[in-house]
Ligand binder design. Structure first.
Ligand code: SF4
Ligand code: SF4
Ligand SMILES: [Zn+2]
Length: 169
């Protein structure tokens, strides 16, 4: 396992890393199942969040992360180019949690990062107290129905008239 690091739940693109399966597995101290499913080394799967010192390998090469770091912006929402073609392409690639992520940037711009992060801590926690992931439809602890990313993205697509449909999962 990686050395202890500080978890960071926010990202540049608006995704809430605190609901990512890799971060939650890292937090739980066991990424072995995800690493086996993805067929990659465990060390490449461990992630303390997009802005942390230990980022999962596939997210280290993220265009938005690398661009935002070069531009020294807190999020893409603070960039003069926002919303750029890269960000729009990410939002429209068919993954429901990407729609949610980029739409989060509007909330962060309006309310500030600290308030948004506090809201996300509640949004991604079942009433029983268990944290859950983007695509968990039911709480892994108590079985309650959850508001997952597919539901949230469908609401945003309808509300904002976004011209995509979430990919079937
Ligand atoms: S793998 Fe990517 S999306 Fe998941 S917590 Fe790490 S940086 Fe965030
Ligand atoms: S150019 Fe696009 S990807 Fe780069 S920081 Fe600005 S909004 Fe983000
Ligand atoms: Zn629960």
């Amino acid at each position: 396992m990686a050395a202890q690091g500080e978890f960071r739940y926010e990202s540049y693109c608006g995704l809430y890393c605190g609901a990512c399966s890799l971060l939650l597995a890292t937090e739980a101290g066991d990424v072995s199942k995800i690493a086996a499913d993805w067929r990659v080394p465990e060390a490449d799967m461990e992630c303390f969040g997009c802005k942390s010192s230990k980022v999962a390998k596939h997210c280290q090469s993220c265009d938005m992360k690398n661009c935002a770091e070069k531009r020294h912006v807190e999020t893409c929402g603070d960039c003069p180019e926002y919303p750029c073609a890269t960000l729009k392409g990410f939002m429209l690639d068919g993954w429901p949690h990407h729609v949610v992520g980029v739409c989060n940037l509007e909330t962060i711009r309006r309310d500030g990062l600290a308030r948004w992060l506090a809201e996300q801590e509640t949004r991604w926690r079942c009433v029983c107290g268990r944290k859950f992931e983007y695509y968990q439809a039911n709480c892994p602890a108590c079985g309650r129905k959850l508001r997952d990313s597919r539901v949230e993205a469908a609401e945003l697509i309808a509300e904002k008239n976004i011209q995509i449909k979430p990919r079937a999962m």
